[in-house]
Design a binder for this molecule. Structure first.
Ligand code: NAD
Length: 373
């Protein structure tokens, strides 16, 4: 069983899909590990560290030759893995809806592509969930990015020269990233409030010491759909939410938006008029910018200024903390493959619940129902 670890080629991608820790663990299962030279450099892992852990370090062609499983953070350009053997697994974040042409090419090449972001949200798969592990650190980094752009302090400070007041931080969307953003902003001493369409988050917001801001008494108020994900809200709800948020946003210094709806463009939560109501020097971080954006005027990959308010739209926020996000991503992959390891075969054998959810291609065809409808 040979496992290949690729060096990421996408622009701005600094993460790597295996660490010396997971290399050792895979070897412990009986696998042979081959890591592409330079794969870990942008995540602060030298080739020598992989070699010390027992991997061979080589160029892409050598790493791919005879590999049974190929690990990546993002899906590789199909041409760049042309040497992979038929039937090899490719486990990575494959962005199946956004990169459909690639998925077709993996099928044509006989690769069995496994999209880690399609991991079902069930208890036993929590430790395999790349969306959670990466979002968690994105939520943390969003607060630091906001603090870096903000020309004022977060905590209240009483100094001999006078008092500095605490920053008011509002988190919109309280999933994994939003919860971590609340906790981080609280640690920095800000006054934090938060909102979501899923009423279950109210308790979570309170338990982190923040103030919930929620639409009440509107039809279709429950926004929780399957798998704990949000659903799109009624027009009446959206109007009530916009009114509530307008009054609140005008008093905020920092707003962090994280709202996503699976398979749909991100919901628009902040309008240009609402941005104009904020005081100059305020900062908005749009973590959903690559999914279409929660904030009017946010630009992916840029920090723009509108009405004196900075709107931060960094791409690939997890990659901005590449050492830690790589460590977690690598563990997600190890937890996934090791959970299915068949000792007699010396290889993983997937069950239907997880295998069918994440498998995009098999036997030369696209097989995932989410891509076939
Ligand atoms: P997500 O990234 O899909 O969305 C982020 C947040 O935005 C969600 O809380 C969503 O409700 C919210 N949102 C959507 N539309 C909104 C709107 N119009 N206004 C305000 N907020 C809006 O969410 P996520 O981080 O993936 O988490 C979703 C849920 O899944 C959470 O309850 C999380 O704890 C749960 N989860 C479970 C597992 C598991 O059991 N394996 C793993 C990860 C997450």
């Amino acid at each position: 069983m040979k496992i290949a670890v690729l060096r990421e080629q996408a622009a701005g991608e600094r993460r790597v899909a295996a660490t010396p820790e997971t290399v050792r663990k895979f070897i412990g299962l009986g696998a042979e590990l081959a890591v592409e030279a330079g794969a870990g450099v942008t995540a602060s892992i030298a080739d020598a560290a992989y070699a010390d852990a027992g991997a061979t370090v080589a160029d892409r062609a050598a790493v791919l030759a005879g590999a049974d499983i190929i690990l990546g953070v993002q899906g590789p350009d199909p041409a760049s893995i042309a040497g992979a053997k038929t039937g090899a697994w490719l486990a990575a974040g494959l962005n199946p809806f956004g990169e459909r042409t690639r998925v077709d090419a993996y099928a044509a090449a006989g690769i069995e592509a496994l999209a880690m972001e399609f991991m079902p949200r069930i208890t036993r798969a929590q430790s395999m969930d790349i969306l959670s592990s990466q979002s968690n650190l994105s939520g943390y980094k969003a607060v630091l990015d906001a603090a870096a752009e903000y020309g004022r302090a977060f905590p209240m400070m009483m100094t001999a020269a006078g008092t500095v007041s605490a920053a008011r931080v509002f988190i919109m969307g309280v999933g994994v990233a939003g919860l971590q953003a609340i906790a981080t902003a609280r640690r920095l001493g800000a006054q934090v409030s938060a909102t979501d369409v899923r009423s279950a988050t109210k308790e979570q917001i309170l338990s982190l010491g923040a103030k919930p801001i929620f639409v009440e008494n509107v039809a279709g108020i429950e926004g929780e759909g399957s798998g704990g994900y949000a659903t799109e809200m009624s027009e009446e709800y959206q109007k009530a939410q916009a009114e509530l948020v307008s009054g609140h946003i005008a008093k905020q210094d920092i707003v962090i938006t994280t709202a996503l709806i699976p398979g749909r463009p991100a919901p628009r939560l902040i309008s240009d008029a609402q941005i104009a109501s904020m005081r100059p020097g305020s900062v908005i971080v749009d973590l959903a910018v690559e999914a279409g954006g929660n904030v009017e005027g946010a630009v992916a990959g840029e920090v723009v200024e509108r009405h004196g308010v900075k709107i931060v739209g960094h791409r690939n926020v997890p990659s901005r903390l590449a050492a830690d996000t790589s460590a977690l991503f690598a563990r997600n992959l190890f937890n996934f493959l090791s959970a299915f390891w068949d000792k007699d075969k010396g290889a993983p054998v997937l069950d239907a619940e997880i295998g069918d959810a994440i498998r995009l291609t098999q036997g030369g065809k696209v097989v995932n129902p989410r891509l076939l409808t």
